[in-house]
Design a protein around this ligand. Structure first.
Ligand code: ATP
Ligand code: MG
Length: 442
């Protein structure tokens, strides 16, 4: 965990500064990052939550390669259209390849090879895979990088109505996913860009450092997240959820309608900066038509499948959570994405009794299913506190020689700064209760 004491000068935004200071990532080339152990733990947690919510909504995971053939992209007509953002590669046999910026073509090729009947639909396949986009201005660390991780899901349906339901499933799954990261993401009407299509929402979190200019109704910030027992097969139910979450004004600057915005009561208007953490599209037959992805319909006639695609950037999300949750001392991780749930500080490493108590508490917490980072370095106490606050683990358990003599330790909640001294057994129970209460979203 290579923590830095000083703020790196070239990092402009707080999340980038804190990710470098906490030793989460390291830049290897412009816009290309190594994920160091602490950062990787966050990235893994983000991915796990995405998986759980994708699976809950009926999507199925697979894994497509990063390298794709240019010919595949010629089929859809996007090979030339994509431009300089695409990293084009030639292999030893002079075949034109590329590092995938997205996977619409490849998934369409896979599905058309196997899915022949309407009975196999609806189908939604997703993967979590590295993408490369040669961004003109990679900046803000992993927030806008060239190589980045994306969860991209692709839905296939028999008709537009089916595709609409698939869209609604992902819309609802995204609301839950971002809420589990501790983020308030607002779905905003969005431009469809090079992916194409006519129905699209960007999921945006409000942050001063965001690159998008957004306008929305304030009440979205208090809307309740759809529950874990949401029935994703309930067409009308999901329609209602989406209707509610699109009932008030919310748009990015590209889609902004000043008249509609001005109709909002003045005290309910939010005009702010935002970070795009997810983006969903329905684009009908844009790829399935040129790529001839057909199934046999109920009447035996061939039907071109309707498609949608649904992206979340886990690497950007890790940074976005920090933008949304930090204070003057550093990161404040929400429990569900924290690299460790508890930071155990041994105030006097090398002291026999203190070491024994700290190691015992470490074992017991791990056995109780909590993830614990043990600081048994020989730094000064002050430096240990500063580092633990900076890396932002939700709870601290502080073990020192004085307390150990009387069987007591201290618990600190990072977010509130509240501290309490108690017996070791009470501390173990307390931490278990606090952590488990904050792990899940009902
Ligand atoms: P942006 O408008 O920010 O350039 P985009 O609209 O090109 O993004 P999409 O194709 O919608 O991106 O990709 C889906 C998700 O992937 C985005 O919502 C974002 O979370 C993530 N993402 C896209 N580009 C990057 C990038 N350069 N670095 C990190 N994450 C990214
Ligand atoms: Mg987008």
């Amino acid at each position: 965990m290579p923590v830095l004491r000083d703020t790196p000068k070239d990092a402009e935004i707080i999340s980038h500064q804190l990710m470098l200071r906490a030793g989460m990532v390291r830049q290897e080339s412009a816009g290309i990052y190594a994920w160091l152990p602490l950062g990787l733990r966050v990235l893994n947690k983000v991915q796990q939550i995405i998986r759980e919510e994708q699976n809950r909504a009926g999507a199925i995971e697979l894994l497509m390669p990063t390298i794709q053939s240019a010919d595949l992209w010629r089929e859809s007509g996007r090979y030339d259209a994509y431009g300089d953002e695409m990293l084009r590669i030639t292999d030893r046999n002079k075949r034109e390849m590329l590092f995938g910026p997205t996977n619409e073509e490849m998934i369409t090729e896979i599905v058309r090879a196997y899915v022949k009947s309407y009975r196999s639909l609806p189908l939604n396949l997703y993967h979590l895979q590295w993408k490369f986009r040669d961004e003109r201005r990679p900046r803000f660390g992993v927030m806008r990088s060239r190589e980045f991780l994306m969860k991209d899901a692709y839905s296939f349906d028999l008709d537009a109505a089916g595709a609409r339901h698939s869209y609604n499933k992902m819309f609802t799954a995204y609301l839950r996913t971002f809420a589990r990261f501790g983020l308030k993401a607002i779905p905003m009407r969005a431009d469809t860009g090079p992916i194409g299509g006519d129905l699209s929402h960007e999921f945006i979190i409000l942050a001063d450092t965001g690159e998008s200019e957004v306008f929305c109704h304030k009440d979205y910030l208090d809307f309740a997240t759809p529950p874990a027992n949401t029935n994703f097969d309930d067409v009308a139910g999901l329609e209602q959820t989406v209707a509610k979450w699109t009932s008030l004004y919310a748009a990015t600057s590209e889609m902004h309608d000043a008249t509609a915005y001005d109709a909002i009561a003045t005290d309910k208007r939010v005009s702010a900066r935002g970070i795009e953490v997810g983006h969903i599209f329905y684009f009908g037959t844009k790829y399935s038509e040129p790529m001839k992805a057909l199934v046999q319909g109920p009447d035996g006639k061939p039907v071109v499948m309707h498609m949608g695609s649904y992206g979340i950037g886990p690497t950007r999300v890790a940074a976005a959570v920090i933008e949304a949750s930090h204070d003057e001392h550093g990161i404040v991780w929400p429990v569900p994405v924290a690299p460790f749930e508890v930071g155990l500080i041994n105030l006097k490493a090398g002291d026999k009794d203190t070491d024994a108590a700290a190691n015992d508490l470490y074992t017991k917490l791990e056995r109780a299913g909590l993830s614990v980072l043990l600081d048994d370095t020989d730094e000064r106490a002050g430096a240990k506190f500063t580092t633990m606050d900076m890396i932002g683990l939700p709870f601290q358990l502080i073990v020192g020689p004085k307390g150990v003599k009387v069987g007591e330790v201290e618990i600190k909640e990072r977010k509130t700064g509240e501290r309490a001294t108690m017996t070791m057994d009470a501390a173990l129970r307390r931490l278990s209760d606090l952590v488990s209460a904050r792990r899940f979203l009902a």
